[in-house]
Design a protein around this ligand. Structure first.
Ligand code: UDP
Ligand code: MG
Length: 193
């Protein structure tokens, strides 16, 4: 199946579009209290459960951006939270090195941590770009990530590979160690084969 490289840029990270827990607490305080109570009780029974519990809610509620790919039916194959070196950002955006905004773009990408991911699924490159929305947020349709969460082209929250071939290059650059092998038990309910 097709794979694409998706990166939540530093502005997406800073604005809390990734981290589920602060959003859970501010937007759904009752649910957050219930979660805490369950976590506390299970921690009393078995301390290792509390770690499992925290891990489970962070996986289940992995943030607005990530959940869009999950809900669609795509597989998360790799993910890391990291700071990027300048030379690495230049390499990632090498195709744009002649553009007047290149230096600013590189500075933006290294301005804070990013979330780098690989997603897999049918037509994930093109459909991923549709989920993300147009490069310029003012042209991105409402309902897309950039349409919902961004204003400026230079602060457009997320990157997605623009072709299968570039996806392969970007995945090799960001995840030289390889990807996770897995399939959801729901696979036959999402895919015909
Ligand atoms: N960008 C920018 N100014 C521009 C065009 C692009 O700052 O006028 C940035 C923007 O963050 C964009 C990235 O450069 O996401 C890469 O540009 P590309 O054309 O590849 O857009 P994308 O594939 O990200 O939609
Ligand atoms: Mg691009």
């Amino acid at each position: 199946m097709e794979q694409t490289f998706i990166m939540i840029k530093p502005d997406g990270v800073q604005r809390g579009l990734v981290s589920p827990i602060p959003r859970l607490y501010t937007e759904q305080p009752l649910r957050a209290c219930l979660n805490l109570a369950i976590g506390f009780c299970s921690g009393l029974l078995e301390p290792s459960l509390i770690i499992g519990f925290v891990f489970a809610i962070s996986l289940l509620q992995i943030g607005d951006i990530i959940s869009r790919f999950e809900k669609k039916g795509y597989y998360l194959k790799a993910m890391k939270f990291m700071n990027v070196e300048k030379s690495f950002a230049q390499q990632h955006y090498a195709d744009l090195s002649a553009q007047p905004f290149f230096a600013k773009l590189v500075d933006y990408i290294i301005s804070g941590p990013v979330v780098a991911m690989v997603w897999e699924g049918k037509d994930v490159v093109l459909t991923g770009r549709r989920i993300i929305g147009a490069t310029r947020p003012w042209e991105a349709a409402p309902g897309t990530i950039r349409g919902d969460h961004a204003v400026e082209v230079s602060r457009n929250v997320i990157h997605g590979s623009d072709s299968v071939e570039n996806g392969k290059k970007e995945i090799a650059l960001w995840f030289p160690g390889g990807l996770a092998e897995w399939k959801s038990n729901l696979h036959p309910w999402i895919y015909e084969n």
